[in-house]
Design a protein around this ligand. Structure first.
Ligand code: NAP
Length: 256
């Protein structure tokens, strides 16, 4: 399989939000898609739309916190498409809990999904990626944790920073198989999930971003696709912030 042909791309968390945006960008570029999430209906609706446009898209119901489920997801992908070239380890959750009230369960749930789920997804995909001519992994991290903080997201921030620690050693271990692993770090991206934060949150976030708008899911999809492109084949263990300049201002006065 050559990368210029039709890469086989698995996107976790493809049922909505950023994952759906990533899948759309790859679909528009002619990729074959394994769409992974727990919600079959949402995935099916999305896949049907793409199949009607002649794009090969398969629905794979799986839970990234469950090793057997992810192993089966990769097996099914290989069975259907004959391999796997690109894993977009994107699925994640961001329930808010203040540090004072955060329970062990709150902490573990976020870590199990965002950090351990990334580890499980990458490990499950490895056997298939090793047989690809150009194995690629792109992790969706965040600016929250590695660079910034936001009240209620101490556990989330820790999980997102942890993903970056993970990719740096993973990059070294995967290099011998010609597999790269990189991370995109979105700022505030307009998704159904973020819309639930309410209008006040969305308005104040837009105001604090130099480009004066939240990012689109396609903004992230294009960055992810760059890491999967032939031109990015010598880049590994790296991160790309996609935030409209959100982390740059020293104060709101700087944004104007
Ligand atoms: P979202 O709209 O809530 O979508 C999350 C996706 O992850 C859904 O498809 C969900 O599908 C899936 N998912 C959650 N838990 C899963 C599990 N255990 N197994 C399989 N799939 C699971 O969230 P989003 O905003 O697109 O976030 C996607 C990623 O971007 C996350 O890693 C998040 O940390 C990161 N991010 C988002 C923003 C932002 O502004 N939105 C900013 C920075 C980083 P099911 O519920 O059907 O399983």
């Amino acid at each position: 399989m050559s990368q210029e042909q039709s890469p086989i791309v698995m996107v976790t968390g493809a049922s909505k939000g950023i994952g759906k945006g990533i899948a759309e960008v790859f679909a528009n570029a002619g990729a074959r898609l394994a769409l992974v999430a727990r919600s079959k209906d949402a995935l099916t609706e999305f896949a049907t739309t793409y199949r009607e446009k002649g794009i090969e898209a398969e629905v794979i119901v799986a839970d990234i916190t469950d090793r057997a489920s992810m192993a089966a997801a990769v097996e099914k992908t290989v069975e259907i498409f004959g391999g796997l070239d690109v894993l977009c380890a994107n699925a994640g959750i961001f329930p808010a809990a203040s540090l004072e009230t955060m329970t062990d369960d709150d902490w573990d749930t976020v870590m199990d999904t965002n950090l351990k789920g990334t580890f499980i997804s990458v490990q499950a995909a490895m056997p298939a990626l090793k047989t690809s001519a150009f194995g690629r992994v792109i992790v969706t991290s965040s600016i929250t944790g590695p660079v910034t903080g936001y009240p209620g997201w101490a556990h989330y921030g820790a999980s997102k920073a942890g993903q970056l620690g993970f990719i740096r050693t993973a990059a070294i271990e995967l290099a011998k198989y010609n597999i790269t692993i990189n991370a995109v770090m979105p700022g505030n991206i307009l998704t159904e999930g973020l819309e639930d934060m309410g209008d006040d949150y969305l308005a104040s976030m837009s105001a604090s971003i130099p480009m004066k708008r939240l990012g689109s899911t396609a903004d992230i999809g294009h960055a992810v696709r760059f890491f999967a492109s032939p031109e990015a084949g010598y880049i590994t263990g790296q991160t790309l912030i996609v935030d409209g300049g959100q982390i740059l201002p020293e104060s709101l006065d700087a944004v104007g």
